[in-house]
Ligand binder design. Sequence first.
Ligand code: GLU
Length: 312
Amino acid sequence: MFRWTRRSAPAAAVTVGLAAVIALTFAACGGGSDPGPGAAPAGTAKATSGYKMTQATAFPASATLDRIRQRGELIVGTKFDQPLFGLQNPTTGKVEGFDTEIARLLSIRIFGSPDKVKFVETVSKNREPFIQQGKVDVVVATYTINDARKKLVDFAGPYYTAGQDIMVKTGDTTVHGVTDLNGKKVCTVEGSTSEKNLRAKAPGASVVLVDTYSSCAEQLLDGRVDAVTTDNVVLLGLVSQHKDALKLVGTAFTSEPYGIGLTKGDDGFRAFLNDTLDEAYQNGDWASAFHSTVGTVATTVPATPTIDRYVA
Ligand code: GLU
């Protein structure tokens, strides 16, 4: 199982190294201003207080929103084992990270409080079924928007753009880019874009598929696989917890725009989700959420993404 570890003070030097890696990534994505000092330890991100978001004064006609408001809570599928995005704190039971902060902003807009969210654990392969079966209202879970998924669900956003990268043991000197994965044992997660990209870009890799990236990290630490591949920021969270043993290779080779997944065809609800993101981009809440989570490791905040209000 995944080990939740609290990073200790001497890890500050590592933060600099990680920050350099992610700063490069953000620069490539058109990164923006520097968030400045005061970073908290990675993987221990706390919910940001003092958001400017307020409850909507008027709600659009939406049966989904009516149902959520009637119920009194928003049900959100998210990851429970991904530091920086969605990590369950074993002491408090609270799920912490950038994805969960996005969910809390939605909760403020709907209920006037960040705490009216019930988090349900989703892994990569059950995100579409959970939405289709109505087990969750939305999925906020490092969930890449793409055309194949849009046949099954809809997306608000994007609210962030990641890129696929590779994680190896610190002593590894053989992997510099995706083509070096040919002939290697590489762990990734079933139902992810990472799996598809790996098979397309390194067809000679021997692919080991599991349910979670934390279990890939375990396999890498144990020497059962040579590398792990998925989004840079997902890997960065894992590296931050095993800083002496694991490293990021640092060359992102895909673009992964993260969206909020919802029921296909629920256009009124999607517009409301997009409006909420837009508001958070404008009033600084998105940047605050980023600073308190991913920004604990990154030194550069990416530019706010442009929302894609596509017509299905
Ligand atoms: N963003 C990619 C995806 O949605 C990889 C990360 C994940 O599996 O959550 O498939």
